[in-house]
Design a protein. Structure first.
Length: 163
């Protein structure tokens, strides 16, 4: 069979000739250039995404660090409040103890035990008699009060009526 440029079917078409290889190399070179450009663009896009991911992780890390600081301060506050409550309870207990110790019987008992004091006996009591004289001297000087100055009308009335 001989090779012909036509196909034998219902509608004959011309068989396309293969393109020369030079053209193919040029397209391959163009594709290589396009591939290089695409690779550079892909690297830029990848670095952008990597940067976005790093920024996101750094933000999440900062938030979690801040939350840990807040939790730590809350725990310190909680411990201090618990300590304050125990101190207030101790203070109330001491106040109750002081009030209990201030009654007369406990004071009397501590004076007898600690200081060696004793109650007075009738033989130790001494009564003193004082005369009922008045030691206050009456004032011998007369107190003179001066009248206030009177206005002109009152002076004229006193002059006229002779008062």
């Amino acid at each position: 069979m001989a090779y012909s440029r036509y196909q034998y079917e219902t509608s004959p078409r011309k068989i396309q000739e293969p393109r020369p290889e030079k053209r193919k190399t040029k397209t391959v070179k163009k594709n290589k250039k396009n591939n290089k450009v695409n690779k550079k663009e892909q690297k830029k896009i990848q670095t952008k995404w990597v940067m976005y991911v790093l920024i996101g992780f750094s933000i999440l890390f900062a938030i979690s660090y801040r939350n840990s600081l807040i939790n730590e301060s809350f725990s310190k506050i909680k411990k201090l409040k618990a300590n304050l409550a125990t101190i207030e309870k101790e203070n109330e207990q001491l106040q109750v103890n002081i009030e209990d110790s201030l009654n007369l019987k406990t004071i009397e008992q501590s004076a007898q035990e600690l200081l060696g004091m004793q109650k007075l006996e009738n033989s130790q009591k001494v009564y003193v008699n004082l005369p009922k004289e008045d030691y206050i001297e009456p004032a011998t000087e007369e107190i003179v009060t001066q009248e206030k100055e009177q206005n002109i009308f009152s002076k004229i009335i006193k002059f006229l009526f002779g008062e």
